[in-house]
Each structure stands twice: as structure tokens, then as C-alpha cells.
Design a protein around this ligand. Structure first.
Ligand code: GDP
Length: 425
């Protein structure tokens, strides 16, 4: 099978953009299967830095087909802005970008609701309407690209949604209600923006797979933010886990060949929620500063901590990860001692399970194993040239996680990458 999934095996921001971009050179088709423009994938190539939110990272290679699957929530304005930015650099998306006719659209009222709820609850969302768009999808009041020219259907669905939305916005949050006519005008604009790109992407993808093309399934966020398997309720509203690929693109399980997880050599998380190995001291500050750990989408400082083998083992299991790419080893340069969490102690008992309940996870005290640090590995491109402590760390992590670390990344540039084995797809 010539397909590979690249998914985040921590709380997102693992460096998936760089890995997807690298593998895209050999791919024909790159697909996103979940999330929306809450993602922020950074790619540094040819001296330029691109931050992609909604478009698959493969879009930077001009000859690749890119698919935005039905599992995504799409804000057409955000899509248009992203395409225009690329166009300024001579990168054209028309005729090779396809947006599923069954994707869900982010409506103006989803943005309003997201702001209102975030102010009240503080989950730490990106306030881009992602959560409400998924809520309305599952409440069967969503609007999809295939609906945009069905005006009477649209008025009925949007009318139904607005009854609820306005009751919440004005009744609960004291905000102004939205008008049906304004929403319909926005939808008309949505239709014009999306028209050249809308297609039955499940069919297109299947055809590419059947014809033997190489396909990448690009995850956004990470398994620990998965709505089912993450640190619920401090999660995203979709399924970054491997399972999301099938429902988010409309393909069968046998179409997914290899699953490559991406982690950092340490751990970060954005927003609220339990984080057992968090470092709230100068080491955490040092990692944030050296690693540039500020959100690519929102600029929010990321919380930083030691590598947590318990939660990564969980991610490896629930997503059937075959091998890992591990990034940002260079950020740990110069630290004398490193720590890796091998177990948790919860309520006085040792466990190697990642708890389902967030309160229980918040009570987890990490049990650490110490490792000798290393210096000056930034930019090294051969495994044999790495400091012995760094290769020891890598190989011990492999043992703790039970999967090979096939790619080691030593810098943001695509060239700062060590392939320890050939990634076959
Ligand atoms: P993504 O959402 O998983 O693609 O991750 P982000 O793009 O939000 O964050 C990864 C950041 O780390 C980006 O700024 C990358 O350019 C950068 N990056 C990726 N790999 C490495 C690495 O090995 N070392 C360093 N220093 N930076 C890296």
C-alpha cells in the first residue's frame, strides 16, 4: 500500500508540518482528514517560512494534489486568505486542490458562539469556530458545500440553527442576535469562493489509490487532543487519531498503509488541561525560549515539560503507530540532565496507564528516569555524528515506547533531518 499517515502523538505542535513536507516530495496526493484552520503547521523551505492552517502541508510542492476531506470544518474566508498568501509567492492551488462536498462549513454564528463560550469556560480553544461547527454538524444542523446552491434547504437549516444560536447568544451571553439575511449573504460568498474546488473527494482519493499513487494522510493537532482518546474535556472536537482518517476521508481501513507518529524529544501543550511532566521553572522557560514554543496559529506561549512516555505509549496504541519521527532534539542542547517520565504515581499507586479522567490525570505524579544531556547537536544530519548521550536517549525511548524512532530532527530546516531507515510508502 503506497499510503502513509502522519499524525501527532502528543498534544499537537510536534513538527508534523516539516515531516509531511519532507515526505511530500515523494507523494502524489496529500490529504487533511480532520480539524480546521485551528491547526498551524510550520514549514521552512528554500529560505522561506510558511504557516499553513487549513491547506495540507504538501501544497507547497506545486505538482501535488491536495485534498480537504469531509472530516474537516472549513472557513472559506480563511481558505481564500491562505491561498492568496501562497499566490503572492507564485504557488497556485487551482486545479489541484479539492474540498469535499461533505465537509462542514464554519458559519458566522459558530465564531460568535466560540468567543462567547471561551470567555465563559476557558477551555483554551483557538476561537475560530471549530468546536461549534462540529457541535452543529453532529446536531444535524450543519451546512456543507453540497448545500450551498439549495436555497430553500439552506434557509430552513440556517433558520433552525439561528433559533438556537440566538437564544444562547442573547439569552445567555447578552450578545446581539444574528439575522438570517446576513447569514445567507455570507453563504452566497462562501459558494463563490468554494465553487472551483468542491468535489466528491472520497471518489477522487480512491481513484488515486487504485491507480497506485502515493498518498499522505496529514493529521492536525495530536492524539492526546483526540475527542475520544485525549485528555477529555481539554481536547479538540475532532479525531486526530488514526481512526479519524477513515471517517474523515471516506476510505476503508485497508487503504492506510503505514502510520508514522510525530513527537518532540520533550513535551508541550497549549491551553488548559492536565500536563503531568510540565516544568514551571527556569528549565521550562529555557525550553520555551530555545524551542520558540509559541503557537503558530495564536502566538500563545506553549507549556513545556519533560518527555512523557506514558501518554506517548497511549497515543502509539490507540492509533496503531508503526514508527515515530522525533523532532527538536537540538532544543535540549546544553541541558546537563534530562528526565523522561516512565510511569505515573496516582493516589499512591504506580501505573503505566494514561487515565481516562482528567482529574485523575491531574493527580498523576511522574516517575522519572534521568539521562545525561548533550551539547551541539543542532543541524547534525548523520545519526553517527550525534553525541552518544543523544543516541542513547533515542534508543532508550524506542525501548520505552515499543516502536522505532525512524526519523530524528535536529533543526527546523528540512535538511536538518536524519532518516535512520527508509520510510517505505
Ligand atoms: P505542527 O503543527 O505539528 O506542524 O508543528 P508546528 O509547526 O506548530 O511546530 C513545530 C515548530 O518547530 C515549527 O516552528 C517548526 O519549524 C519547528 N521545528 C520542527 N522540527 C524542528 C526541529 O527538529 N528543531 C527545531 N529547533 N525546530 C523544529
Amino acid at each position: 500500500m503506497k499510503t502513509i499517515a502522519v499524525i501527532g502523538a502528543q498534544w499537537g505542535d510536534e513538527g508534523k508540518g516539516k515531516i509531511v513536507h519532507l515526505l511530500s516530495e515523494r507523494a502524489d496526493v496529500i490529504c487533511r482528514y480532520q480539524g480546521g484552520n485551528n491547526a498551524g503547521h510550520t514549514v521552512v523551505t528554500g529560505g522561506n517560512k510558511y504557516v499553513l492552517h487549513l491547506l495540507p502541508s504538501g501544497i507547497l510542492h506545486e505538482d501535488k494534489v491536495c485534498i480537504i476531506g469531509n472530516g474537516l470544518v472549513v472557513n472559506p474566508y480563511a481558505l481564500r486568505d491562505e491561498m492568496e498568501t501562497l499566490k503572492e509567492d507564485g504557488i497556485e492551488c487551482t486545479s489541484r486542490l479539492f474540498v469535499s462536498d461533505r465537509a462542514s462549513l464554519i458559519m458566522p454564528y459558530h465564531l460568535e458562539l466560540d468567543h462567547a463560550y471561551e470567555e465563559a469556560l476557558g477551555i483554551g480553544t483557538t476561537k475560530r469556530g471549530i468546536g461549534p461547527a462540529y457541535t452543529y454538524k453532529y446536531a444535524r444542523m450543519g451546512v456543507r458545500p453540497c448545500d450551498l446552491r439549495e436555497v430553500s434547504y439552506l434557509e430552513r437549516i440556517v433558520g433552525l440553527a439561528l433559533d438556537e444560536v440566538n437564544a444562547t447568544l442573547s439569552g445567555r451571553f447578552g450578545r446581539d442576535p444574528l439575522k438570517l439575511s446576513d447569514v445567507m449573504e455570507t453563504l452566497d460568498e462562501y459558494a463563490r469562493i468554494l465553487e472551483p474546488f468542491v468535489a466528491d473527494t472520497s471518489k477522487i482519493l480512491r481513484q488515486h489509490i487504485d491507480e497506485g499513487r502515493k498518498v499522505i494522510f496529514e493529521g492536525a493537532q495530536g492524539v492526546l487532543l483526540d475527542v475520544d482518546f485525549g485528555s477529555y474535556p481539554y481536547v479538540t472536537s475532532s479525531s486526530p487519531s488514526a481512526g479519524g482518517i477513515l471517517t474523515g476521508l471516506g476510505i476503508g481501513p485497508k487503504m492506510v498503509g503505514e502510520i508514522l507518529g510525530v513527537t518532540k524529544a520533550y513535551t508541550t501543550r497549549v491551553g488548559g488541561g492536565p500536563f503531568p511532566t510540565e516544568l514551571e521553572d527556569e528549565t521550562g522557560e529555557h525550553i520555551r525560549h530555545v524551542g520558540g514554543e509559541f503557537g503558530a496559529s495564536t502566538g500563545r506561549p506553549r507549556r513545556c515539560g519533560w518527555f512523557d512516555a506514558v501518554c506517548t505509549r497511549h497515543a502509539v496504541r490507540v492509533s496503531g503507530i508503526d514508527r515515530l519521527a522525533m523532532t527538536k532534539f537540538d532544543v535540549l542542547d546544553g541541558l546537563e540532565t534530562l528526565r523522561v517520565c516512565t510511569h505515573y504515581r496516582i493516589d499512591g499507586k504506580e501505573t503505566d496507564e494514561f487515565p481516562a479522567n482528567a482529574e485523575r490525570l491531574a493527580r498523576a505524579v511522574p516517575v522519572y528516569r534521568e539521562f545525561k544531556g548533550w551539547d551541539s547537536i543542532a543541524g547534525i544530519r548523520k545519526y553517527g555524528d550525534l553525541h552518544a548521550s543523544c543516541t542513547h536517549y533515542t534508543e532508550e525511548l524506542e525501548r520505552l515506547l515499543g516502536v522505532p524512532i525512524s526519523i530524528v530532527s535536529t533543526g527546523p530546516d528540512e535538511k536538518d533531518t536524519i532518516f535512520r531507515e527508509r520510510i517505505a510508502f
